[in-house]
Design a protein around this ligand. Structure first.
Ligand code: KG4
Ligand code: ZN
Length: 333
């Protein structure tokens, strides 16, 4: 029996999870509301909040799993990528706990963990599979040959999909993070009401900065004619923006599936919580004869459950980290 305690603190969520033989027994997330006041994550405030939250979050994760610290076989943490101050809190906590309990340490790559969140559920993809990982900082198409062999075959050349949602929301006067709000309003709007341009980027890469600029100019123009344009048309604007972001993402995913011949297709990361993307993937999958996989909502946005499952596979390979390891803000695969 292998029991792992995992900690995730790469951005503005403090999370701890306990996993036993690949099954997640608990997955606690403390979100930091403070950033809403500033329209984005303030790194220094995030680090401080992690320091306040980490002990109670780990404590409750162990209690919910009904596991004593002595029963843990390894301690895992997010090593990269992320905000350096945020990562440091999780890394130092995990290392201190590993040292004081004498348990081995496992370092986990945050983006690989988002991909492997698809292995948490019993309904899981077979290898090789493709994963569209869409978060606040990344947009990638990953070819996953095994839990240990993954390759990024396409990625954004500028903004991430989550940023496209959040920045569009900001232009509409919505609070941070705007992605979930655009999703909420889009459900009641007409996605065909406004048409935003599709970028023409070669290969499997993405670009979202042009879309952001076109939305800005569109809103400026309309507001000149009618100062209440946004308020009066919010639902349709949100639905139209979401439809374009989703169509950009799914088009490249479709190209990747065609190029690789792979039919097990997953999505992951915070934006995979988006209902337009989830429905779009399911519909496209049915048309293309794919098997599609979407992590449960709680494993889409940042969470330690995905760190725990990744660490479990590393444990099986005896892939442990040295106590001298530190976090890094950016990391190659
Ligand atoms: O993976 P994640 O929790 O954190 C990062 O690693 O970045 O992703 C956060 C991103 C934010 O940009 C947020 O707006 C977006 O995911 N997001 C959504 C939805 N839920 C979260 N975007 C669109 N629709 C949603 N329902
Ligand atoms: Zn993430």
């Amino acid at each position: 029996m292998t029991t792992i305690l995992a900690i995730e603190s790469s951005c503005d969520d403090t999370s701890a999870a306990v996993c036993r033989d690949g099954e997640i027994l608990s997955n606690l997330v403390a979100s930091q509301k403070i950033h809403e006041l500033y329209g984005g994550v303030v790194p220094e405030l995030a680090s401080r909040a992690h320091m306040q939250n980490i002990v109670p979050v780990v404590d409750v994760a162990l209690k919910k799993a009904n596991v004593q610290l002595g029963e843990i076989d390894a301690i895992a943490f997010t090593q990269a990528p992320g905000l350096i101050g945020s990562l440091l809190v999780g890394a130092q906590f995990a290392k201190s706990l590993a040292m004081s309990t004498g348990k081995p340490l496992i370092s986990v790559h945050h983006m690989q963990a988002h991909v492997l969140a698809n292995l948490i559920d019993e309904h899981r993809p077979s290898f090789p599979f493709l994963c569209l990982t869409v978060s606040g900082g990344h947009t990638q198409i990953v070819l996953c040959e095994s839990p240990y062999k993954m390759k990024v075959i396409g990625e954004t050349i500028d903004d991430a999909a989550g940023e496209a949602f959040d920045k569009s929301a900001k232009l509409l006067g919505l609070p941070y993070p705007g992605g979930p709000l655009i999703d909420k309003y889009a459900k009641e709007g007409n996605p065909q009401r406004f048409t935003f341009p599709e970028p023409n980027i070669p290969g499997l890469n993405f670009s979202f900065s042009g879309l952001k600029t076109s939305i800005l100019y569109f809103l400026q123009g309309e507001k000149k004619k009618n100062p209440d344009f946004i308020e009066e048309n919010l639902l349709d604007i949100c639905a139209s923006i979401q439809a374009r972001i989703v169509s950009i993402l799914l088009k490249k995913l479709q190209n990747a599936a065609k190029e690789t011949g792979i039919k097990d297709i997953c999505i992951a990361g915070g934006v995979s919580a988006n209902s337009g993307l989830r429905n779009g993937l399911t519909e496209l999958g049915t048309r293309m004869g794919w098997k599609t996989f979407i992590p449960k909502f709680e494993y889409c946005t940042d969470n330690a459950g995905m760190i725990a499952i990744t660490a479990y596979y590393k444990y099986l390979q005896n892939d442990f980290a040295d106590m001298t390891i530190g976090p890094t803000a950016r990391a190659e695969w």
